[in-house]
Design a protein around this ligand. Structure first.
Ligand code: AMP
Length: 249
């Protein structure tokens, strides 16, 4: 069984994001970029399926600029077998990414596509669902447990009310949630080995995919600064302030 893991390069989770002065976009100049944390979990799960003898190959794919090769190499250093970069400088919205991934799926014919539940830059939470719809495949989103056996995936999903376990026929799209696993670190020898693993580069044109944006961003703004809280003397003071200052009761 082949597992395809789409990974996105995003602003590192520890970086304080800043909006450009003209409000047009987030400023990513000179900012540390890393693999989307949910995608690290997907790569780990794919590699564990391989180690368990369930998967024969784990292929990672990223859509974006040349620098995404670095992220693909990181995934290969933690156990993915090879990488595919769909290279473009253009802005990619979730529908465009889903269409590009569909073209890669058509070519690679995986039985399982493991995506993150969302990318922490745009927080869209759309690509997995859109990809499943474009492929006409079953989907199981927000997986916190995954079992693959006899052409089926059994997925425990994190939902508002708790946990739900569903079974889907393969091929299927699964998106990963935080509690699925703890990704391993890349060791230095594996980082060196990953440099020699195959990495194909294709373009959206070569895949015949129209990536033109369908949405336009009007403006981005920093959230308003939170004012400092105040201490109240006692319950009566609290009630008075909620009534007379906050006007909430
Ligand atoms: P989103 O719907 O944008 O929040 O992203 C959900 C998931 O789709 C991510 O966790 C990735 O697995 C995948 N994805 C999103 N954008 C890209 C991209 N540019 N290249 C590869 N995979 C992506």
């Amino acid at each position: 069984m082949k597992v395809l893991v789409p990974i996105k390069r995003v602003v590192d989770a520890n970086v304080r994001v800043r909006v450009k002065a003209d409000g047009s976009a987030v400023d990513i100049a000179n900012v540390k970029l890393s693999m989307n944390p949910f995608d690290e979990i997907s790569v780990e799960e794919g590699v564990r399926l391989k180690e368990a003898g369930v998967a024969a190959e784990v292929v990672v794919v990223s859509c974006g600029v040349h620098g995404c090769q670095e992220t693909l190499r990181t995934a290969m250093a933690t156990g993915a077998d090879r990488g595919v970069l769909v290279e473009t400088e253009a802005e990619l919205q979730p529908l465009a990414v889903a269409k590009l991934l569909k073209a890669v799926v058509d070519k690679e014919q995986p039985q399982l596509v493991l995506l993150g539940k969302q990318a922490i830059d745009d927080d869209a939470n759309q690509v997995g669902q859109m990809l499943a719809a474009l492929l006409g495949w079953p989907q199981a989103t927000f997986a916190s447990k995954l079992g693959v056996e006899a052409g089926k995936a059994t997925v425990t999903r994190e939902i508002d009310g708790g946990l739900e376990t569903i079974e889907v026929d393969l091929p299927a799209v699964v998106t990963t949630d935080l509690r699925l696993n703890t990704p391993r670190y890349a060791t230095l020898p594996n980082i060196m080995k990953a440099k020699k693993k195959p990495l194909d580069v294709v373009t959206p044109d070569a895949l015949g995919v129209d990536i033109a944006p369908r949405l336009s961003t009007l403006k981005l703004a920093e959230p308003p600064k939170r004012e400092a809280g105040i201490r109240v003397a006692d319950a009566a003071d609290l009630v008075a302030k909620l009534k007379n200052i906050a006007h909430v009761i």
